[in-house]
Design a binder for this molecule. Structure first.
Ligand code: AVI
Length: 324
């Protein structure tokens, strides 16, 4: 059955659909072909990511949680009385709860996330569990300018950006995010941020090439999403997951490689693939303590404390806005 693009696009909100369509068409027309990792997270993509965080090979989530569990008390000492904790891209509140439990000085919690359903549900559950806390969810793309709620105007601010999501930003975007965060949180603010560290390539390779194939499904799901939302006809059997560590650029690269020469239709356009040609779908940058310090200092922040795990796999750092 031939389904028109209009029919295929009917159930997706107009704005998202057109931005998604524009980005996909531009990405598949580029050389090399590329797609933004922000499009991984449809409903199935979010579920697959949750599964990834529980895989034996995927150390970042587990390691960061251990660091937070062990050091939340020390982090709490950096939180001023009646502070507002502002979490960027909150998703689940599991990590924030570790800080809330340790830091009774936190008077308000502001989760900022683009996905309103999960945001509101998690905020409601958190409010039920912490009845004395002011919970003010903000539905926004935290990589773009957004307004903080007026209700926290007089409170000191502590930003929270766990999960090494900063690693999925290109270095200039990471610097821009940190600069904007410094401006938005204002003078005297603190930021607690998690990032993944450079390590043995074998450990990195295994984390993004798990034996159960969940990361491969996560990567390929992007093509399923394009088929569903943009009237694409990608044959998933004709693409395979590739993930490798680029030592020079200190990043894991994820790609989808075409198994043969082929043509694919998306949103009414045709895209040609050579055998072995890839779509670059994600970079996950790994930092050294020194390279992260440099990017933070160059973006208006001064490192004040840093915590890691016994293997030195992951780091959580506290920064304060550099006095001008
Ligand atoms: C969300 N982000 C920090 C993950 C990472 O490790 O870069 C996304 C991911 N991609 C493949 N596995 C996990």
């Amino acid at each position: 059955m031939v389904v028109s693009v209009q029919t295929a696009l009917r159930h997706v909100p107009e704005v998202v659909r057109s931005e998604f369509a524009r980005d996909v068409i531009a990405g598949l027309s580029a050389r090399p072909k590329q797609l933004s990792p922000k499009y991984f997270y449809d409903e199935l993509g979010a579920q697959l990511f949750e599964e990834i965080t529980r895989l034996p090979e995927y150390y970042p989530t587990r390691t960061e949680l251990t660091i937070l569990e062990h050091h939340a008390g020390e982090m709490a000492k950096l939180v001023p009385a009646d502070a507002a904790l502002i979490e960027f891209g909150s998703g689940s509140t599991r990590k924030a709860r570790l800080l809330l439990n340790a830091a009774s000085a936190i008077g308000a919690y502001v989760p900022v996330d683009i996905s309103s359903e999960m945001l509101l549900q998690e905020a409601a559950e958190l409010q039920r569990d912490y009845p004395r806390l002011t919970v003010l969810p903000v539905e926004a793309d935290f990589t773009k300018p957004f307004q903080l709620p007026r209700g926290i105007a007089s409170r000191p601010r502590v930003g929270f950006f766990p999960g090494s999501t900063i690693g999925n930003f290109e270095p200039h975007m990471a610097a821009a995010f940190l600069s904007h965060a410094a401006e938005r949180l204002g003078a005297g603010a603190t930021l607690i941020i998690g990032f993944d560290l450079v390590k043995d390539v074998k450990v990195l390779h295994a984390a993004y090439n798990d034996a159960a194939g969940v990361t491969a499904r996560f990567n390929l799901n992007l093509l399923t999403r394009i088929n569903r939302e943009l009237g694409g006809n990608f044959n998933l059997d004709m693409f395979c997951h590739q993930a490798f560590y680029n030592t020079e650029r200190r990043r894991i690269e994820m790609h989808l490689a075409s198994r043969d020469r082929q043509r694919v239709r998306v949103a009414g356009r045709t895209f040609e693939f050579r055998g072995g040609e890839t779509i670059h779908t994600e970079n996950s940058y790994k930092y050294t303590p020194e390279s992260f310090d440099a990017i933070a200092r160059g973006s208006g922040w001064t490192p004040v404390a840093s915590w890691t795990d016994p293997n030195g796999y992951f780091a959580v750092q506290a920064l304060t806005v550099t006095a001008s």
